[in-house]
Ligand binder design. Sequence first.
Ligand SMILES: [Zn+2]
Length: 74
Amino acid sequence: MPLYEYVCGGCNARFEVLQRVGAGASEIACPKCGGREVVKQHSTFASAVAGTGGAGTMPCGASSASSCGSGGFS
Ligand SMILES: [Zn+2]
């Protein structure tokens, strides 16, 4: 079973839960405050890539865009 990451909307605690694929958050309660207002987060892998690869996702904008994006054929 994959490990999902949740954030509690009540106390902002972050915790991980082993769940079946496709299982909802309705059965999940915050282990810290017991709240049910939990929000499933993206996988840790995806969030790590987004956090560290900010410049890498937009190479054209980061490098003065002289050779890409600005030369449209219209
Ligand atoms: Zn909580």
